[in-house]
Design a protein around this ligand. Sequence first.
Ligand code: UT7
Length: 336
Amino acid sequence: MKLTTYIKGLGYYVPERIIDNNELSTMVDTSDEWIRTRTGIEQRHVVAPGQNCSDLVMESAKKALAASGIKPEEITHIINATVSGDDAFPSTATRVQAKLGITGMALDLSAACSGFIYGLQVARGLMALEPEAKILVTAAEVLSNRVNWKDRSTCVLFGDGSGAAVLSASPTPPATGHPLMANAVIEDVMCNADGKTGHLLYCNGGCSDFPYKLGDIVGPENFIQMNGREIFKYAVRTMAGISQQLMEKLGYTINDFDMVVPHQANTRIIQAVGDRLGAPAEKVFVNVNRYGNTSAASIPLAMGEAVETGVIKPGMRVLFTTFGAGLTWGAAVVKF
Ligand code: UT7
């Protein structure tokens, strides 16, 4: 018998400091008009000095735990999706574990913007092996430290933030009354990657393919590199494609969904994915205007905000789809 995995509680967080497009246009040769029309982004949140990835995770994790009614000490596994963790090693997940004061399996997962949906799939696999598991799946990025703030083709796009979900196979609904409480069934998840396309979006500074030597000067090559036009095309094609595959596998059409939540990278990409799937604009969730592209955090940030604000209500079936560096992509169907 197939085990059902539930999302019991959600959390999301963005740091306080906001950089809007007008402020950005004082830092680099760009304009509010260009950024809005090409991306739909109006502002992004960035960390305060000293605030790191595990700090962002903790803010979301605390909310998700409170919403789920599951205590930190009941958590058996932490899966943290990030490409901008606290250190090269140990993992940010272990830092989070220490801050929560617990033990158990803890790992970071690197799938860039697809990290949270990859994390859900890994968690479902672990749950099948250990049905009593209580799994904290988190995603957080501090991409403000990974972009070259002099490169207008990338620095306008990204923002910092985090999201979290507590997963369990128990069908009993939490009774916490928390606005981020859920008893949502993960109906299915599909993930894919094509490593041959990795050169289209990457950041390799400091790793074994691009090691630092003592005394090296940090240059533009140490930050995010992207072929924006190609990424745009792949993003639309892969998110729409994997969503169709997952719908076909489950015997659904777009009419079976109350909401579609694509990765929040760019409103033109989001709109194109919605159009390809035949979803009316009012069913396609957008918050990229306020947060920019928060990479792995984008899907749980959207999920949490949509649940908290009542945009996603109990009884709704929602299609989530994502895309990121790797290139990686994925989709998940969740019944709230
Ligand atoms: O999670 C996945 C992460 N990545 C993405 O989602 C990125 C996907 N790609 C995109 O969203 C779009 O390709 C961008 C928003 C990055 C760029 O939009 P575009 O319509 O593809 O513009 P472009 O790269 O073709 O550039 C058009 C012009 C260029 O000037 P010239 O060569 O035509 O004179 C750029 O230099 O716009 C210029 N430009 C800018 N101008 C003002 C590029 N960035 C900026 C900027 N402000 N920030």
